[in-house]
Design a protein around this ligand. Structure first.
Ligand code: UDP
Ligand code: MG
Length: 304
């Protein structure tokens, strides 16, 4: 069996060596395996560390700047040729010790994916918002995201090819993995803290990432804003009729300035909100039509 392991790395100089040596410990001698490190424009010595390992089964590509994990995943998968491909993080949060179990399950499935069943070590508030995000996504989009699903997964060649067929620039891999379908076997494990360094995701980035996910996989917010618009038009129409009839019957004593202003502000707020939603989709469309490359490679050793 030939296997390629795609590893996006952003400032992981202190994890690369340990990661690679753990792979050597876990992987069977009779598997023909390679690692493809994707250095996502790290500002530390990640690339030098990868090079210094100096092993035949190491391939790397290095971006001209930080393009983000999604771009790194795409680039790495794009360079694979093996029949089996594993995607995993460099920080050992995706335990290499699960790989043998994954490999032993792949024959009867297209994908063996992992999910963590706990979120220990993660701020409470972050877990809360994560859960809300999954609820919204599963309610409004065509795909069912699995709570706690990691990007850590083993895939057969044709699964990788179908993932690469989705060429969008705004990539939300968790959604894409679900969208392409196929028969998936889930392996569960407990959350593990990063080996070294800190997560590169701030709360704000996670928020943007979830908006990305929602906008990429459902147009429900547009429908919702349409419905809100219709409801308010109906209410306004009834109110106008009511005022006209009341004026005809009782005359027109002018009053109620504060309530008028509140209503104007309220409606104005809703309008800005829905225009904002519209803007989100328009912005994504704008980025997509530019068809920019998802990443730029500065250096690699893929030919060797
Ligand atoms: N990563 C990347 N580009 C980025 C951010 C992260 O390639 O811009 C890599 C990182 O090196 C790691 C994986 O993506 O291998 C997951 O990142 P991190 O551990 O920061 O995220 P978390 O595990 O907290 O989700
Ligand atoms: Mg991590």
């Amino acid at each position: 069996m030939n296997l390629e392991i795609v590893v996006p790395c952003y400032n992981e100089e202190r994890n690369i060596k340990k990661f690679y040596s753990e792979l050597n410990v876990t992987l069977d001698r009779n598997i023909d395996w390679k690692v493809i490190f994707v250095d996502d424009g790290s500002s530390d010595n990640t690339l030098e560390t990868i090079k210094s390992l100096n092993k035949d089964n190491i391939r790397y590509l290095s971006f001209s700047r930080n393009f983000g994990k999604e771009a790194a995943i795409y680039a790495g998968l794009n360079k694979t040729t093996a029949d089996y491909v594993i995607l995993m993080d460099a920080d050992l949060q995706d335990p290499p010790s699960l790989i043998p179990e994954m490999l032993s399950n792949i024959n009867s499935h297209d994908i063996v994916a992992t999910r963590r069943v706990t979120r220990t070590g993660e701020p409470r508030i972050r877990s809360f918002f994560a859960r809300q995000f999954y609820k919204i996504m599963n309610r409004f989009s065509d795909i069912d995201l699995v709570d706690g699903a990691r990007d850590f997964r083993l895939m057969k060649r044709y699964v990788v090819d179908s993932i690469l067929d989705l060429e969008e620039y705004n990539r939300f891999s968790k959604g894409i993995f679900q969208w392409v379908g196929f028969d998936t076997k889930w392996i569960e494990y407990k959350n593990i803290q990063r080996n070294d360094g800190e997560t590169s995701w701030s709360f704000w980035q996670l928020f943007k990432y979830s908006v990305e996910g929602i906008v990429s996989f459902t147009v429900a917010p547009l429908h919702i804003s349409t419905v809100i618009g219709i409801i308010f038009s109906i209410i306004a129409f009834i109110a106008i009729l009511f005022i006209i009839i009341r004026t005809l019957i009782f005359g027109d004593p002018v009053s109620g300035w504060p309530s008028t202003i509140s209503v104007i502000l309220f409606i104005g707020g809703i309008q800005l909100f829905t225009i904002g939603i519209l803007g989100q989709y328009l912005a994504k469309t704008y980025i997509e039509v530019k068809k920019r490359p998802k990443y730029i490679i500065k250096e690699d050793n893929l030919e060797g």
